[in-house]
Design a protein around this ligand. Structure first.
Ligand code: HEC
Ligand code: HEC
Length: 257
């Protein structure tokens, strides 16, 4: 078990903790798991505690039987007591997102899966000379391709790497924010290639990276990235995605136009 926690399990979500926990900490957590769950066979440690941000969780007691699988979720409404009905409503509204493996009396029909294909993204074999297998499979993956930029300065190259490592997760590799994660965030990550970005200055760009946008998932990077890294990202974002007047005026070749 210590080896597994140290090195993780290849090919699974179990990561290695060797660089995060020290030897004593790994031994302590393995001892805990062995005693608590394997020897004493405790069902679980409590999750909904004040420390975890769940103040007075007892007030949801009417929904507990559904979270604990004591009452099946598909029991007909008229077979539930008034309190259970209230609990089921609460469970469906506030708990099922995490407690999604509720017990049911009848699993229902088992449907055989079969491959299904249908046109995506206005695909038509009449208008497209080649089959676009990528956007046909998922509408998101086409946005996970970073622009190919020639003649980047050292600073822009560093910015490219930092952007693709830290920002592309939400803004997608092509800067549009139309990747899988971006499509689900509310508000959506800004389309850095879009019209609304054309008026942004390098100064405003640095500031928003530094301080983030409160009330959105755009977080403040000032304690993660240092000032020269932020400047490198600004240069890259300007070159790769925004390409506005301020940027063009800064380019040596623009002087000739
Ligand atoms: C953010 C995810 C999340 C939400 C939302 C959530 N739970 Fe849980 N709950 C958990 C986890 C994680 C556990 C512990 C794992 C386990 O026991 O399987 C847990 C465990 C429990 C337990 C067992 C005792 C305990 O505290 O560990 C009860 C009872 C419970 N939840 C009830 C509820 C009810 C009722 C709601 C809705 C009002 C709710 N939960 C909403 C994640 C959640
Ligand atoms: C966790 C998701 C997430 C990550 C990671 C992220 N952003 Fe954002 N970003 C957002 C969201 C969401 C918005 C849009 C908020 C809005 O439109 O109100 C945004 C907005 C922006 C804007 C527009 C700001 C403005 O005022 O017009 C810029 C520029 C930007 N992000 C750059 C970056 C850069 C550079 C990084 C990496 C250092 C980054 N973002 C990382 C989610 C993210």
């Amino acid at each position: 078990m210590i080896t597994a926690v140290n090195q993780g399990k290849a090919g699974t979500a179990m990561m290695g903790f060797a660089s995060i926990l020290n030897k004593e900490e790994i031994e302590a957590v393995v001892d805990f798991v062995r005693k608590e769950f394997m020897m004493d066979k405790k069902i679980n440690t409590k999750y909904h505690t004040v420390e975890n941000g769940w103040e007075n969780h007892e007030r949801y007691a009417s929904a507990f039987p559904f979270a604990l699988n004591e009452v099946p979720l598909d029991r007909p409404w008229d077979k539930l007591t008034a309190q259970q009905q209230q609990g089921k409503r609460l469970f469906m509204a506030g708990c099922v997102t995490c407690h999604d493996r509720a017990r049911v009396e009848s699993e229902g029909a088992v449907w055989e899966s079969r491959p299904l294909s249908y046109p995506r993204n206005n695909y038509s074999h009449k208008t497209l000379p080649e089959v676009d297998a990528k956007s046909g499979a998922t509408p998101y993956s086409v946005h996970e391709i970073a622009p190919v930029l020639l003649s980047l300065t050292e600073q822009e190259k560093q910015g490219e790497q930092l952007f693709q490592q830290n920002c592309a997760f939400c803004h997608s590799e092509d800067g549009t924010g139309k990747n899988w994660i971006g499509s689900f965030l509310e508000p959506h990550p800004r389309d850095l290639t879009g019209k609304s970005m054309k008026s942004i200055t390098a100064q405003r760009l640095s500031q928003v990276i530094r301080d983030g946008l409160p009330g959105t998932t755009m977080s403040a990077w000032k304690s993660v990235l240092n000032e020269s890294q932020i400047q490198a990202i600004v240069k890259y974002v300007m070159k790769a995605f925004i390409q506005n007047e301020e940027f063009k005026n800064e380019q040596p070749s623009a002087a000739n136009h």
